[in-house]
Design a binder for this molecule. Structure first.
Ligand SMILES: CC(C)(COP(=O)(O)OP(=O)(O)OC[C@H]1O[C@@H](n2cnc3c(N)ncnc32)[C@H](O)[C@@H]1OP(=O)(O)O)[C@@H](O)C(=O)NCCC(=O)NCCS
Length: 217
C-alpha cells in the first residue's frame, strides 16, 4: 500500500504507522528517512516548492518557471543517470515528503561529487532536519559509494545553509568573488568541501562516547 498525501491529510493529528518495508525507506535517521524519489512524488506539491521564490532564493532551480512536464523530464533523466542519485526526504512521524537531497556529478575516477538539498516545506526549516539529512547523505556518499570528497557551493549570505553544512563537518575551501546575483546585487559564492577521513573523524566525535578505561590498582 502506497500512502498518498491525501490520505495523510485525512488522518491529521493521528500518527500513521506503516510497516517500514511499505515505505521504501533506504536511509533511516531519527526524525527523517531518505527513500527513492518515486513517480508519484512528481506532483503539484513538489512543483510548488520549485516555483516558491523563498524556497529557491539560494538555489539554481526556480530561476525560470518550472512546469509539470519539465519536472517529469528531470525525473526521467536523473533516474537514468549513472552520476546522480536523488532521494526524497520524508518525515518518520507521518511519512510526509518535505524535500529532496541529491549527490550529483559523481566523478568515479577521482571519487568526488556535489551535494544539493532542498527542504521545500518551509514549516520544517530551522528544526535540525537539514543537519540530519546532510549526515545521512554523507554517510551514504562515504560509506556506501566510497567517495573521497563531497563539495557544494552556497551564496555567501545564506547563513542557515553554511551553518548547517559546517555542523556536519564541511569546511570553507574558497570563495568566488561576486559570482552570484542575489536580489539585484552580486554576492560571493562560498565553496565548501568535506573529505571521507574528516567525516569519519567528525562522526566519531559526535556519536561515540569514549570507552571507560579500567584502572589497574
Ligand atoms: C538550507 C536548509 C537546507 C537548512 O536546513 P534546516 O533544517 O533549516 O537547518 P537546521 O535547522 O539543521 O540548521 C540551521 C542552522 O542555521 C542557523 N541559522 C539560521 N539562520 C542563521 C543566520 N542568519 N546566521 C547564523 N546561523 C543561522 C540555525 O540557528 C541552525 O543552527 P543551530 O542548530 O546551531 O541553531 C533549508 O533551510 C533549505 O532547504 N532551504 C531551501 C533550499 C536551500 O537554500 N538549499 C541550500 C542551498 S546551498
Amino acid at each position: 500500500m502506497a500512502i498518498t498525501d491525501t490520505s495523510i491529510e485525512e488522518k491529521k493529528g493521528e500518527i500513521i504507522t506503516l510497516k517500514r518495508s511499505e515505505n521504501n525507506y533506504y536511509l533511516m535517521g531519527n526524525k527523517i528517512c531518505l527513500r527513492p524519489l518515486l513517480a508519484h512524488d512528481i506532483n503539484q506539491k513538489y512543483l510548488s516548492w520549485l516555483n516558491d521564490a523563498e524556497v529557491t532564493e539560494y538555489v539554481e532551480a526556480g530561476k525560470f518557471p518550472t512546469t509539470k512536464k519539465e519536472l517529469e523530464e528531470f525525473y526521467k533523466d536523473i533516474k537514468k543517470s549513472k552520476t546522480d542519485v536523488i532521494f526524497a526526504i520524508v518525515t518518520k512521524r507521518n511519512d510526509l515528503h518535505i524535500g529532496n537531497v541529491k549527490i550529483s556529478r559523481i566523478n568515479w575516477i577521482h571519487r568526488f561529487a556535489d551535494m544539493g538539498i532542498i527542504i521545500g516545506d518551509k514549516k520544517y526549516w530551522g528544526r535540525g532536519y537539514g543537519e540530519e539529512v546532510c549526515r545521512l547523505l554523507l554517510d551514504y556518499a562515504f560509506n556506501r559509494l566510497n567517495l573521497n570528497k563531497v563539495l557544494l557551493g552556497s551564496h555567501a549570505p545564506h547563513m542557515s545553509a553554511i551553518k548547517t553544512f559546517q555542523k556536519v563537518g564541511f569546511k570553507i575551501e574558497g570563495r568566488n568573488r561576486k559570482m552570484l546575483m542575489l536580489n539585484g546585487k552580486y554576492v560571493d559564492r562560498i565553496i565548501m568541501g568535506i573529505l571521507q577521513s574528516e567525516y569519519i573523524k567528525n562522526t566519531c566525535k559526535i556519536t561515540k562516547k569514549p570507552a571507560k578505561r579500567k584502572t589497574v590498582s
